[in-house]
Write a protein that binds this ligand. Structure first.
Ligand code: F6P
Length: 744
């Protein structure tokens, strides 16, 4: 039944019942008023005629009395008159006087008594009054009034009443429906705002856009979370992937799980601030963004390079510190590097050699044997730390990234029962490209010490298999994607990395409206100015120059945006000891200046290059304030900025422009996919993004958000850990059957 009918039918029913009860009541009241009027009228007539009539009675002349009565009844209301005198059984009366009324029955009405009787033509009002004609001639005057007009009026009143109630019901219904519709729209918009996080000041004691919904805002969010949990589709026997599911997988391991993560970059950097106090920095690193929530769930040990200026002051005597600060969910074990080690292993071999080797960004890799020697030494140093931190002889060691290609083999040699899961966060090049590395065989040998080797995309897995095939005497199984080398098997698998869902910084964000206003105020532009954002390390692989060119091209081809669009590039300084990076930073600044100069007259700078580190909360505010986010990597393993932007937009608005050369483009096809080298195409994508209808933005965002919810970082880690558990199980079964065979 339509919603309005659900309001209207009961309303009509109640009004109908009301009318049904009110009409008889009105009838009774009207009758009472008319009878009272007729009583008064009758007694006035009786007293007026009393004197002449008593004279006529004394004459005893019936015809004269009849004549008198004839004159009297010329009043149309006065229906009939009769007079009973002593000695007569029937009254002297006008012809209309009902023949069935005898004097004997009239006497019962003597005095002021009245009655309503039914005559031949309808209801009659009867009063009987004594006429004083001397004690010898007692007489009663009967006056009959016609009451048919009462019935007519009652009928008319009833009709009016029914019409009145019908009109009343209609008006009440109309007002109810209109008010309900207006309130309904307000509530629906309010609920939408609650669901999108708009208008809700999330920090404690906050307010809601539609104040009457404030009491239910929390409950609605809770309900949605519950429903999401309940109806999220199954994935490999696992309901939704959350921190709890990863924790459960780890806890199923013997001894409750002995998980060790190794990465170069540490998740928490303690720094000595200008005022002398110690502060904590969160690095701009996709690896850290992804792994940190996983480690909170696993409660293991994270081994990383201690690079902060106050790192040494905050560890215990075993170089350990519990993190996150104040929460102590897991342990961070810091490894110290000398400046020579850092320069050779990190800046040199990892970032001047492997980084440009693996990324197609047309920056030439530099290979120095001194750097590789440091790389080998630092990998061995981390292997020592792993052995020291392992609580059992069979830990699960999650080795991260291109800084540690030699580490898996080193761990395998020292902890043969360990399960080593290595994840390569950057692209893997084709065999020709990789073959220029002088230590290619040693690197591959190191990686094949892993039980599992993961990449973001199948393309990179295939490149790796081809490279092994070309470089080593190994058995490459193209059906199972396993490599057997030196008596050991490595499973090469695709695990697309992601972010935690919901992302932690989102919980601390204010509504989107608040973020838009705050960012525009900070930029000094009006509310009508469209804002684009890019959030990256200032790295030549990120295509920052290319997106600046695209902004310039947009303003050339669509001058209507001059003064109405600004692009904010948050660029975290990175790898500053490498000349290519320093050079890239100055080229980015020069290009931004040049474009700003070109459009200076508008008063709104087309490009704001902010080359400073920003913490996650500030970054999320930019994501939420932006109309468009550009990720224009020239080559990227995955790129989590693209995923973070989508995750930040719980209002389902904003457009993502995404490079076809970022791994994320395989998972987010609803973004506007571009070739960053094609400035015209990127400018057209910007134009499309800035003019995209809200419905389309919502549809695209919804699809991308749905994917991220499912394919979150817990799934990434959970699938690797489940595969690791299966390998361990297989190994255990193999050992048991060997022992049985031996015993037999
Ligand atoms: O992309 C590979 C990667 O390790 C990312 O995880 C991270 O974003 C970046 O490089 C970190 O760079 P660095 O630790 O050198 O600052």
């Amino acid at each position: 039944m339509p919603l309005s009918l659900r309001f209207l039918l009961p309303l009509m029913l109640v009004v109908g019942l009301f009318a049904y009860a009110a009409v008889p009541l009105a009838d009774t009241l009207m009758l009472r008023w008319f009878v009272r009027d007729l009583d008064t009228r009758s007694s006035l007539i009786a007293s007026a005629v009393s004197e002449p009539l008593s004279g006529l009675v004394l004459t005893g002349s019936t015809p004269r009395i009849e004549q008198f009565f004839q004159r009297l009844t010329q009043d149309e209301r006065l229906y009939a008159v009769g007079l009973c005198v002593a000695g007569r059984a029937t009254p002297i009366a006008t012809p209309e006087f009902p023949s069935d009324i005898a004097c004997s029955s009239l006497r019962t009405h003597a005095g002021a008594a009245k009655a309503i009787i039914r005559g031949a033509n309808g209801m009659l009002h009867l009063t009987v009054s004594p006429i004083d004609a001397g004690s010898a001639q007692p007489a009663q005057l009967a006056i009959l009034h016609d009451m048919s007009f009462v019935e007519r009026r009652s009928e008319e009143t009833r009709r009016y009443l029914y019409a009145f109630f019908a009109v009343l019901a209609f008006l009440v219904a109309l007002i109810t429906v209109v008010v309900a519709q207006l309130s309904w729209r307000g509530w629906v918009n309010g609920l939408r705002a609650i669901l999108r996080g708009e208008g809700i000041f999330r920090p404690a004691g906050g307010t809601v856009a539609t104040p009457e919904l404030r009491p239910i805002a929390g409950d609605v969010r809770e309900l949605i979370r519950e429903l999401e949990e309940r109806y999220r589709p199954r994935d490999e026997g696992q309901l939704s992937w959350s921190a709890a599911s990863v924790k459960a997988i780890v806890e199923r391991e013997p001894g409750g799980g002995d998980v060790i993560v190794v990465s170069n970059r540490e998740p928490y950097i303690h720094v000595r601030k200008a005022d002398g106090a110690i502060g904590v920095q969160h690095p701009a690193s996709g690896l850290v963004t992804a792994l940190e929530p996983v480690m909170r769930a696993c409660a293991g040990t994270w081994i990383a390079h201690g690079s902060g200026t106050a790192d040494r002051e905050t560890v215990d005597k075993h170089d350990r510190v519990d993190v996150p600060p104040g929460e102590s969910a897991y342990r961070l074990r810091r490894v110290w590097l000398t400046p020579e080690e850092e320069s050779g292993y990190y800046s040199g071999f990892a970032n001047e050699g492997l980084w440009p080797l693996c990324h197609i960004a047309h920056v030439r890799p530099v290979f120095r044997s001194s750097d590789f020697a440091q790389y080998r030494a630092v990998n061995a140093k981390f292997a020592d730390a792993v052995v020291k931190e392992a609580r059992t002889d069979a830990p699960i060691v999650l080795v991260q990234d291109y800084h540690f290609a030699l580490l898996p083999r080193m761990i395998r040699e020292r902890l043969p029962n360990a399960t080593v899961v290595t994840f390569w966060h950057i692209p893997w090049p084709n065999p020709e490209a990789f073959s220029i590395c002088p230590w290619r065989a040693e690197l591959l040998d190191g990686l094949l010490g892993s039980s599992i080797l993961g990449f973001h995309t199948q393309f990179h897995c295939n490149n790796f298999l081809d490279t092994v095939d070309r470089t080593l005497e190994a058995r490459v199984d193209r059906e199972t994607f396993d490599v057997s080398f030196a008596g050991h098997a490595t499973a090469v698998r695709r695990y697309p990395i992601s972010i935690a869902w919901p992302p932690e910084p989102l919980a601390r964000q204010w509504g989107v409206g608040h973020a838009r206003a705050a960012v525009r105020e900070r930029l000094g532009v009006g509310a009508d100015v469209r804002v684009g954002v890019g959030i990256d390390r200032l790295d030549y692989t990120k295509g920052i120059l290319e997106r600046f060119h695209a902004v310039g091209r947009l303003l050339e081809t669509h001058p209507e945006w001059v003064g109405r669009f600004t692009f904010v590039q948050i660029a975290a300084p990175t790898r500053g000891m490498i000349a290519d990076y320093r050079d890239y930073a100055s080229r980015a600044k020069a290009l931004a200046d040049e474009i700003n100069q070109r459009f200076a007259s508008s008063g709104v700078a087309p490009i704001r290059l902010i080359a400073e580190h920003h913490e996650a909360d500030a970054v999320y505010e930019y994501y939420r304030a932006a109309d468009v986010c550009i990720v224009s990597s020239l080559h990227d393993g995955m790129n989590l900025v693209a995923k973070e932007f989508v995750a930040a937009r719980d209002d389902e608005r904003g457009v993502l422009i995404l490079s076809q050369f970022a791994g994320a483009s395989r998972e987010l096809p609803e973004a506007l996919i571009v070739n960053p080298y094609d400035a015209d195409q990127c400018a057209a994508a910007l134009q499309r993004a800035l003019t995209m209808p809200e419905d389309e933005q919502r549809d695209r965002m919804r699809l991308m958000r749905g994917l991220l919810r499912e394919f979150n970082v817990y799934r990434w880690a959970g699938r690797m850990l489940m595969d690791a558990a299966a390998i361990r199980q297989r190994r255990k079964l193999g050992r048991r059957s060997r022992e049985t065979a031996h015993a037999a």
